[in-house]
Design a protein. Structure first.
Length: 251
């Protein structure tokens, strides 16, 4: 039986993850899971609940981004089709014993991306990219690697998908955030379903987290569309920097 205190705590954590996730185009699991662990919840409860909450973050953000016409559905489906095999590859590599080495690699990659994200583009004043600077195949190959590294490090794919969409595939930063929201929602739904079918999802607590993330995602998206592209890139860069430090510390 879930206590009112637990439910309120999950609502609050979910709202925080949903708010930040919608602004940056990430699922929010990289914030929600550590917070749940910090307040004493077991990893077996935190991870499945966070995955379900990512769906709420995605839905809350998508409602607003759809109104603004910022979601590229074709790109999201195509890129996600490449990311999923990458995630499966990551699982196989982790089972072979290379996970710790890959975590250090991830930390370095996040640090480099955080620096690159704030570099001015050809239209530098508004934070928009002038267009793709690489072949599309390079972008999709990077999506595959993003899925692999995300599975190895246990972080949300949006942390890597947004930079790939924006920097390598030439997608405007706001459209990259919006499109990533759809992608991480699909990933989160698949993961949560797997835990549910395996009887590992604490439904009461997870639904409380989901309700909070849905509200936070809605508010965060409405906030995000009002921010300049440049500010979003700076915020994302700072988040990546924090994530790189966290990966090193936890590694």
């Amino acid at each position: 039986m879930t206590s009112p205190v637990d439910a309120l705590l999950f609502l609050t954590i979910g709202f925080a993850g949903g708010f930040l996730g919608s602004i940056l185009g990430i699922g929010g699991g990289s914030l929600m899971t550590p917070l749940l662990l910090a307040v004493g919840y077991d990893i077996t409860v935190a991870v499945p609940a966070s995955l379900l909450a990512i769906v709420g973050t995605s839905l809350g953000g998508l409602y607003v981004y759809e109104e603004k016409g910022l979601i590229d559905y074709d790109l999201a489906v195509t890129a996600e089709a490449v990311t999923v095999p990458g995630s499966l590859t990551g699982v196989l590599i982790a089972s072979a014993g290379f996970k710790e080495a890959m975590k250090l690699t991830l930390a370095v990659i996040l640090l480099l991306i955080s620096i690159d994200m704030i570099r001015p583009t050809k239209q530098g004043n508004n934070g928009e990219n002038a267009g793709p600077s690489t072949h599309p195949l390079v972008g999709y190959a990077s999506m595959y690697l993003a899925g692999m590294i995300s599975a190895l490090a246990g972080i949300g794919g949006g942390v890597l998908k947004v930079p790939v969409l924006h920097k390598l595939m030439g997608v405007d930063i706001k459209k990259a955030v919006a499109t990533s929201k759809l992608m991480v929602g699909l990933t989160g739904a698949a993961g949560a379903l797997g835990y549910y079918l395996g009887g590992l999802l604490n439904s009461c607590l997870a639904l409380s987290l989901l309700a909070g993330s849905l509200a936070g995602g809605l508010v965060g998206a409405r906030t995000g569309v009002k921010l300049s592209g440049r500010l979003i890139k700076v915020l994302f860069s700072l988040f990546l920097l924090a994530m790189s430090v966290l990966v090193i510390v936890r590694g």
